[in-house]
Design a protein around this ligand. Structure first.
Ligand SMILES: [Zn+2]
Length: 200
């Protein structure tokens, strides 16, 4: 499938449940990946995360969003589209462990962000337009990339998750409160539907 490192066959792929707010795991600071954790098992986990991300569909997914509190994230930074306007899967897929922003531009870039863990929520934010990110791949190899604009926003957004920060922590308390109220309403509706289904 053109993934970094050795690809896995389709049957091995596991689509992981994506946690949504207000799940407390999304507010925890993730811990660094230890040297002994790099290798095939981590590569497999990140392949599952990538497949989960593509299935959602999304362009980035961080460990805490699937309940893995390690500093890991997957992102697809391609801006190319196929004839049907779809992103070409796996073309610019990155597995980032222990990512660090080593340089960021003063120049800002404004973009409307959404998040798989904050469904039905979009908001404009400004972040540095250009960043240099240093990270290790799933096998522990050190890499560095310079990214700009939308790809830069994706990585910065995912890195927020490693600090336990979601989009809701970047908006006013009023907006956050209003959204969480909506989430409670969705949960109540969901519980009612499940109760009705059980009654049958
Ligand atoms: Zn997110």
């Amino acid at each position: 499938m053109g993934y970094p490192g050795r690809p896995f066959s389709q049957v091995d792929i596991v689509i992981l449940p994506i946690l949504t707010v207000p799940n407390p795991l999304l507010t925890q600071r993730a811990r660094p990946v230890r040297p002994d954790e790099f290798g095939e098992a981590l590569h497999k986990r990140m392949t599952d995360m990538a497949e989960t991300m593509y299935a959602a569909p999304g362009v980035g997914l961080a460990g805490p969003q699937v309940g893995d509190l390690r500093r890991i994230l997957t992102c697809d930074l391609t801006e190319d589209r196929d004839e049907d306007g779809r992103r070409e899967k796996g073309k610019a897929l990155f597995f980032m462990c222990n990512p660090q922003i080593v340089a960021a531009s003063k120049e800002q870039f404004r973009w409307e962000e959404g998040c798989l863990s904050v469904p039905e929520f979009w908001e404009y934010f400004e972040r540095p337009r250009h960043v240099t990110v240093r990270f290790q791949d799933a096998h522990g190899e050190l890499q560095e990339i310079e990214i700009s604009d939308y790809p830069s926003i994706i990585v910065q957004h995912e890195m927020d998750h490693l600090e336990g920060i979601t989009l809701l922590d970047r908006v006013s308390r009023l907006k956050k409160g209003r959204y969480l109220k909506k989430v409670k309403k969705w949960q109540r509706e969901q519980e009612r539907v499940e109760a009705e289904e059980q009654a049958w």
